[in-house]
Design a protein around this ligand. Sequence first.
Ligand SMILES: Cc1cc2nc3c(=O)[nH]c(=O)nc-3n(C[C@H](O)[C@H](O)[C@H](O)COP(=O)(O)OP(=O)(O)OC[C@H]3O[C@@H](n4cnc5c(N)ncnc54)[C@H](O)[C@@H]3O)c2cc1C
Length: 427
Amino acid sequence: MATIILGGGVSGLLTAWHLHRRGEAVEVWEAEAEPGGWVQTLPWNGPGGEPGRVEKGPQGILVRAGSPADRLFKALDLPLNSPGKGARWVGKGDQLIPVPAHPMGLATSPLMSLRTKLRMALEPFQPVRPAEPEEGLFEFIARRAGRGMAEELLAPMVAGILAAPPHLLSVDAIPLLRKWESHGSLFNGVRKSGISHLMVPEGGMGALSSRLAERVPLVRTGLRATALEHLPGNRWAVSAPGHRAEADRVILALPAFEAAPLLAPLAPAASEALASIPYTSVKLWHSRHTPLMPFADGFGFLIDPPSGRPYLGTLVPSWIDRGCAPEGLMQLRSFIGDSTLWEDPRPEEPKDWAWTEARLKRWLPALAPALQTREEVSPNAIPRAEKGHRARVRTAVEALPKGLDWISNARFGPGVRDVIEGLEDWA
Ligand SMILES: Cc1cc2nc3c(=O)[nH]c(=O)nc-3n(C[C@H](O)[C@H](O)[C@H](O)COP(=O)(O)OP(=O)(O)OC[C@H]3O[C@@H](n4cnc5c(N)ncnc54)[C@H](O)[C@@H]3O)c2cc1C
């Protein structure tokens, strides 16, 4: 069977890799000049021209021994580096509160009230609810671990990962939660699943995309699919400016809003369902400073949303991926959410470096002035699995005609690990 895959992000490349390993003829069309989508590592030299880099999307990936991600990196012969265990904090009010390295440490942490901790201790004894109907993320955590947990800890955690407020989201926004609950409780699920470690491929996350692209027989770049056609004999034609090709199957490995218009003439119900999946835009500032200890030797901090609105937190890439910053410099990556989602008290204020630095200084008053800064605007970056997401995805997938499929992080879960796990099952 000959397959054309539209989209050379990690979803498309990984799908192509699985099919190629099964002996199928496959080619990938990628609209941009380079494959990888959000998973790309870009050069950013130091103040004196020293080599350095920034990530366009994920800073790292959580890998557990024996997991699909572990199997993938081994099959690709891609060495992984782990930064080890580093401190992380939550910014609440004007304070940075350490997040305990182990869940047991939560018992003594000032992150939550005593009442919340006592209720959390009852989590293993809560009954398991059937997967249907789909539950909200906030409601799921409140049911399992108590309303206090949902109100006091969930928001900064979710803001840092999904850049969206938890009360909007479906439990499917974090697919691991339902998997853990299927073990009887979240506590049991975490225990049985084993510990994941934050890992970065040698050379940055982009090495994953480059290695996949090397292992796939044909990746055509600069080819943006603009139309799909159903041919007699259940074959398909795909067109891009100056190019047309036919195949037995077409897989749209595209964000939902890119797949929707291509499908509109052929599968209107699927197209409509995909068009209704919202995406969140984020803005990021990369900066380099002289190191500030102990902050430079940790993962970074997330902000409890009311304290930041819409500043969401800051990671320390120079700790996560040691090679990204020139020797002796601390590299930061600060996330700014979408003003419309976060009740930004001053949405008209430009979120420039001065604005971002003022937020950073609130929690890191001794931070040295930046030696370098770099702005990154990421429109429609993260699919927002709002309540009803499961039905939207189901409708889209079930309404696709034979010979068409849609693969994306909006289908399997927002992170690279979710895509790797979802695609291993799919393949
Ligand atoms: C700022 C940011 C931080 C993130 N951090 C993390 C993290 O820490 N951990 C984690 O696990 N995940 C993280 N993610 C999520 C992760 O990047 C995504 O899960 C993953 O990259 C999604 O891959 P994809 O292939 O589904 O989509 P994409 O990367 O969007 O790829 C889609 C591809 O399709 C191409 N395309 C679009 N239209 C067409 C067309 N008509 N024809 C041909 N090609 C087309 C695009 O150019 C693109 O290359 C982050 C994402 C962002 C934006």
